[in-house]
Each structure stands twice: as structure tokens, then as C-alpha cells.
Design a binder for this molecule. Sequence first.
Ligand code: FAD
Length: 546
Amino acid sequence: MVERREGMDKPVIVTVDDDPGVSRAVARDLRRRYGHDYRIVRAETAKDGMEAVREMRLRGDEVAAILADYRMPQMNGVEFLEAAMDLYPYARRVLLTAYADTQAAIQAINVVDLDHYLLKPWDPPEEKFYPVLDGQLDAWQRTDRRERSELRVVGDRWSAPSYKVRDFLARNHVPYQWLLASEPEGAQLVKAAGDGCHLPLVVQPDGTVLEAPDQTTLAAAVGLSTTPATDFYDVIVVGGGPAGLGAAVYAASEGLNTVLVEAYSSGGQAGQSSRIENYLGFPDGVSGQQLADRARRQALKFGAELLTPRKVNSLEARGQARVVGFKDGGEIAAHAVILATGVTYRRLQAPGLDDFVGRGVYYGAALTEAPWCKNTEVFVVGAANSAGQAAVYLSQYASKVHLLVRGDGLEKSMSHYLIEQIAALPNVEVHLQTEVAGASGDGHLERLTLSTKGEERTVDAQWLFVFIGAEPYTSWLGETIERDARGFVLTGPDLVQGGRRRLWDEIEAARDEWQQLGCPDRNRFQVAVDREGARLLFGDREWLVV
Ligand SMILES: Cc1cc2nc3c(=O)[nH]c(=O)nc-3n(C[C@H](O)[C@H](O)[C@H](O)COP(=O)(O)OP(=O)(O)OC[C@H]3O[C@@H](n4cnc5c(N)ncnc54)[C@H](O)[C@@H]3O)c2cc1C
């Protein structure tokens, strides 16, 4: 049976439990607290529940949360939530479990991106039920729930600009449909866009067509925010990988006016990981995309602003402000700037390879391209975890994965769990002491020259994924920030020289300057340290030293 209440215009909370007593009790608790703002829909079987959800979808009702019991005969709670998610992707998903089923609930966190699981019974609800659901409904209220029909991207299979558009959309979590210009549906859209149009085409849900859009145009079209709301913040975070997102969450949650500036897509390198298994709190692993999405939502929830894509290319101290300049013009300032710019991929050096980037040669891009590698042989270069993960992931699609390793083993650079996974996969072959010596092809990668212990051979190859480590991209910092010889920004103990922090050297330099200005007593100064930094005060003059 399905029980409906009045107030058809309110958003709905759905609850499904096959035990009639429990089902009524859940609905009663829900009504008591949320009945004023939400309509409570209760079902006693998964089938009835699904029917109700489908009806609501057709009617255009809004569903805020779905609570499903784990143990139901026809369809368990996880399956129910998974099916409901197709109809209401933004509804918060809560699984109701008994203590014995918590393992299943933990697994469901990954399967259906479960938002919470609740142990039954929850007496008193004020302590054990309402705080959880308050949080979920609050999150739902903040979600941008506008329906987005799919974008369509039309291009050529081996075109680097097409790949760039697809990669940008995928890494920014924008769903799209990829159509080849050579196939009927794609060809029709190309025809409609007019003779001589430039590929790739991005066809928006309202029919607007963008021809070979640049990143800024594309970002604006898919609703990414690139314009800062103000010109002065408490904190500017540069870089939206896990470190930057973490910094933004904690700064914003402390009430600091925070903006995060990301050059390409939030999630950074981690966003490209097919499965991260060693992240605290995810015993069954989590995909990089899911992790990035959750972190981004968390930062937004606390009020942080996220600008994507905007690249920062200057940083300077101007009085007590720290000023960050954008590559495409404009600047913003803050009391503090956090640099979380991670690293950029090192390029593999071999004749011909650069000609095929985005056309068979990919840096850290196994996720987007994997489905296209079905039943083909692929080559992965690298010996660390990212290469290992890519090999495991690609092995689900490719007929064979060749892992090319320069050294004589994986043990030094790859986690043990990944080495074991690779060893267990029949379609992954590890080639030790092997390097790529060259690449060739007509319009896209077709052949690789491999060198094993100095002996060269040429093999047919359409796909090469490179994961050979990365280096800090910090040259844009100029003289402002101290770095080591490899470009890493000095922090913590690295700022200590001869037993003293570098700050001390700067104080000494300011003292020298003070002395040169005619004051004989280089020790008559005060140090003022506040949230803007540290200043040296000599009479009415001051020097900012940090
Ligand atoms: C495929 C893959 C799989 C991985 N798997 C694992 C794993 O399983 N477990 C694990 O522990 N680690 C894994 N790693 C490593 C992990 O992802 C990184 O250690 C982590 O992402 C580093 O986080 P970060 O925030 O410091 O930097 P990054 O993730 O590198 O993020 C830096 C961000 O800053 C942005 N940026 C850089 N310069 C600028 C600028 N000037 N202006 C604006 N933005 C800028 C970049 O675009 C980037 O988004 C993996 C890495 C890869 C590539």
C-alpha cells in the first residue's frame, strides 16, 4: 500500500519499509518534524515505492529524500535507492539498517553514492534521527537541482580539440553525449550547424551551438563560475586538488570569506583516479570523481566560492594584502593566500610523441578514453600507483594492457596491493626495462617503437597512456616565494637556515636598512605579528617581513 498526504505542492520525503509497524513509526517520526514543509509518502513494499516514485516523476513532483529499509523481499534497499536515483538523482539517499547489516550499508556508499545509513531503532529521534535528516534536507535545499538535459559534443575520433572538450567536460562532471561527425546523428548536427562549421560542436540543450569553443566559453555555457564575487577575501586558495579543496572546506567552515581558484577542474590529480583505495574513511575505495564531487559540495556548503577554470599567474605582497593575478587578466586580494597547486605531468620524451597528444597519446587520462579502448591493446607507461591503477582500470575494457616500466621492478614505486591486483589480471603484461623510443602514425598514433635493454622493436599501438610522475608548476611565482632547486615551495622546517627561521634573516635585512637610514641602534625595534603578517616597527617606520 502507498499512503499519500495532502499538500501536493510540497517536496516529498519517501519512506519504504516492508515491516508495517516500523513503516508507520518512521512515517510518524517524519511527519512530526517535517510534515509542515514536506509531504511524506510511505510504502510498505519496494514495488509500491517504485511505482509511487515513478508517478511523482511523471507529475513533476520534487523528491527531497528517500529512506529505504535494507532488508526487503523483492528488492533490497540498496537496489531500491539505485533505481530511484535514475529518476531523482538529487534526492538524498538514506538506507535504514539493523546493526547486522552495516557492512552492506558501507558497501552501498560506493554503489549508490549513499548519503547516509541509519541504524534502527533510533530512540529518541531528536538525538539519533532528526539531526541526520536535518543535515540531509539542508544539503538537498542547497543543491542546484535544475534539470540539465545532456549536452551533445560532435567531433572526430582522433581530434585533439575534440578530446580537450570531452576531457574538460568529463573532469568537471558535466554529462554529455559524444557523437562522431562521421556517423548519422553527428553528421545531421554538423549539417544543421552549416557548411564549414568548426569541429568540435557543442550543442546545448536549448539548441545553441558552440563551434570549437575555448575553455572559458565552454565553462560559461555549462554554468561554471569564473567571476569572483568580490575583490577582497580573507583567504584565496590557489588549486582545487584534494589539498586546495580541504583548505577551502576548513577555511570556509571557520567563517572565513574564502575563494578557491582552479585552473582546469576541481579534484586535481585525484579527480582522475579510477579508484582510490587508501583514502581515510572509504574502506571500499572511492572513485576520484566521487571524492572530488563530495569535497566540492562540502566547500560550497560552507560558503566557499569556487572559480573554475581560472589560472593564477602572479602573486605579490601589496602593503598588507596578498594579490593574486589571473592569466586572463584581473586580480583579487586577500589577507592570506594558500598555494595548493600540486604538480603537472612530466612529458615523455621520444621522437614523434608530441604530435599525437590527444590523438592516441594521453597524460593521466585513462578514465575518459577507457570505453573507446574496448577490445584493443593499450600501452601504459609508468611504475607508480597512478600507472598501476590505470592498467587495472583499462584491463576491464582492453583486450590487453602492456605496462611499460623503465626500471627492473615495480616494488620500489608501486603499492603492494596494486602489484598483487596486476599479477592477478591475465590480460595485463608488465614489460620491465622497457622504454618508448618513438611514435608514428597518420593523423593519430598507429605505431610505437619500444626499446627493451637497448633492443628496439616496433609494435602496432593506438593508445598510449603516460603516468611518469610530475613536477611542481611554480615558475610563475617569480621571486615572491622561496623554492628549492626543483621548484617545490619551501615550508615548515625548510624555512630554517643555520638554526634560525628565514624570517629572522629578513628582520636582519630590515635592521641593516634602518641602520643605513641613519639610525645607529639597530636593536631599537618592535615586532608586530598579527593576521596580516609580521612587521618591524622602528619609530614611525615599518617593514613588512612576512
Ligand atoms: C591517476 C592518478 C591516480 C592516483 N591515485 C592515488 C591513490 O590511489 N592514492 C593516493 O594516495 N594518491 C593517488 N594519486 C595521487 C594524488 O591524486 C595526489 O597526491 C593528490 O591529488 C595531490 O593533491 P594536491 O591537491 O596537492 O594537488 P593536485 O591534485 O595536483 O591538484 C592541484 C590543482 O591545482 C591546480 N593548479 C595548478 N596550478 C594552478 C594555478 N596557477 N592556478 C590555478 N590552479 C592551479 C591544478 O589544475 C590542480 O587541479 C593519484 C594520482 C593520479 C594522477
